[in-house]
Design a protein around this ligand. Structure first.
Ligand SMILES: [Zn+2]
Ligand SMILES: [Zn+2]
Length: 146
């Protein structure tokens, strides 16, 4: 997704686009993977943008409230942030070897429908992490049990 598209969407909702806000969106757009608050902050400092980590955190929360960014615990100690974009993605994360597999959003279509029908609950499944065991680790563990 282009930074300008996101900036325009937020402006059309009446939000004021400050320099740090614009830069944080740009950093997220340029990142090819997940970023922690610290990662985003480091990239801003590298570009001579003077903001503290608390501002970065608040801005990421604001982007999350505006459904532009997701915040997820993918088992790395710190939550990671990424742009939701047009097509959300999700992950399967192995608890044993930490291997991460990307999975597509259509997997969750049924779950969304069930939650709204059965519980009248509209879930926000924008970046979901499912923890478990990958195929390699499962067969390794099965071998150990023999
Ligand atoms: Zn992801
Ligand atoms: Zn594994």
């Amino acid at each position: 997704m282009e930074p300008e598209t996101i900036v325009e969407q937020l402006q059309s909702k009446g939000h004021r686009m400050t320099v740090p806000r614009r830069w944080i969106i740009r950093v997220l757009c340029e990142a090819d993977h997940h970023l922690t608050v610290e990662d985003v902050h480091r990239r801003l400092v590298e570009n001579d943008i003077k903001v503290d980590e608390a501002t970065v955190y608040r801005t990421l929360q604001w982007l999350k409230e505006n459904e532009a960014v997701s915040q997820t615990d993918i088992g790395q100690g710190a939550d990671v942030y990424c742009l939701i974009g047009d097509q959300p993605h999700h992950h399967l994360i192995c608890l044993n070897c930490n291997h991460i597999v990307d999975v597509s959003d259509d997997l969750f279509a049924g779950l969304r429908e069930t939650l709204i029908e059965r519980y009248r609950f509209a879930p926000r499944i924008d970046h979901f992490a499912i923890f478990g065991l990958c195929e390699g680790c499962r067969s390794e563990l099965a071998r150990d049990e023999d």
